[in-house]
Design a protein around this ligand. Structure first.
Ligand code: C5P
Length: 226
């Protein structure tokens, strides 16, 4: 007997985090950013100087690490993240982490360790969980499953705006499009829990929709389903 779960999956940059935070706030649910967990493990692998293909060492690291999450300062801010008590809130958004996270997230031992943790946190429900495999694998019995998409061009434009807001202006739209397409490809073709729309998920394309509009669609759908 648990409270409802909303699963939001989709490719990089579709607006999942922004929307998931808004939906959680509107409905009084807890927001769980699972991508932040894969990013934190990737940060730790780089920090410890472990080779990205040393699956044994990475498996040990992932199963033994302590990840803590806390809500961001406000609705606009990403989740706060600690791994083994290092505050990595900012560091997990770096280009180094972003370009290596898919390789780490493809390793089955890493996924096993993090999914176990996610399912433990989700036991009582009452959450909006966001990632790649939430509706298909982590919470297959979620009451509401959303698959959020957008064109590569639109997603790259959004990422560029995010970087510019952070004061980073040395990155081009073309490079971002290439990075996003490459991460999609890696996430959708990996062997373990690839990015894939669950058969019972509702697909929403966010091209040309505002955050508020997408949030309202999901909240409406949730209320219809209850
Ligand atoms: O959503 P975000 O961009 O932070 O996710 C970073 C990466 O973590 C994804 O590109 C993917 O490789 C991995 N990931 C995953 N499964 C999840 C969430 C994220 O494999 N549930």
């Amino acid at each position: 007997d648990r409270q409802a779960i909303i699963a939001i999956d989709g490719p990089a940059g579709a607006g999942k985090s922004t929307v998931a935070r808004q939906v959680a706030a509107k409905l009084g649910l807890v927001y769980l950013d699972t991508g932040a967990m894969y990013r934190a493990v990737t940060w730790l692998v780089l920090h410890e100087g472990i080779a990205l293909d040393d699956e044994c060492a990475i498996a040990e690291l992932a199963s033994g690490c302590v990840i803590e999450l806390a809500p961001g300062q406000d609705l606009q801010s990403p989740v706060q993240v600690w791994i083994n008590h290092h505050d990595v809130t900012q560091a997990i958004r770096s280009i180094a982490v972003t370009s290596n996270v898919s390789a780490i997230a493809a390793q089955s031992a890493v996924r096993q360790a993090l999914v176990k943790q996610q399912q433990r946190w989700g036991k009582k429900g009452g959450l909006v969980a966001e990632g790649r495999d939430i509706g298909s694998h982590v919470f297959p019995d979620a009451e509401v499953k959303i698959f959020l998409t957008a064109s590569v061009q639109e997603r790259a434009r959004r990422r560029l705006r995010d970087f510019q807001k952070q004061g980073q202006s040395d990155i081009s739209l073309e490079q971002l499009e290439k990075d996003i397409a490459e991460r999609d490809w890696k996430d959708s073709t990996r062997k373990v829990s690839p990015l894939k729309k669950a058969p019972d998920a509702v697909e929403i394309s966010t091209d040309g929709l505002s955050v508020t509009e997408v949030t309202e669609k999901i909240v409406d759908y949730y209320q219809q389903r209850l």
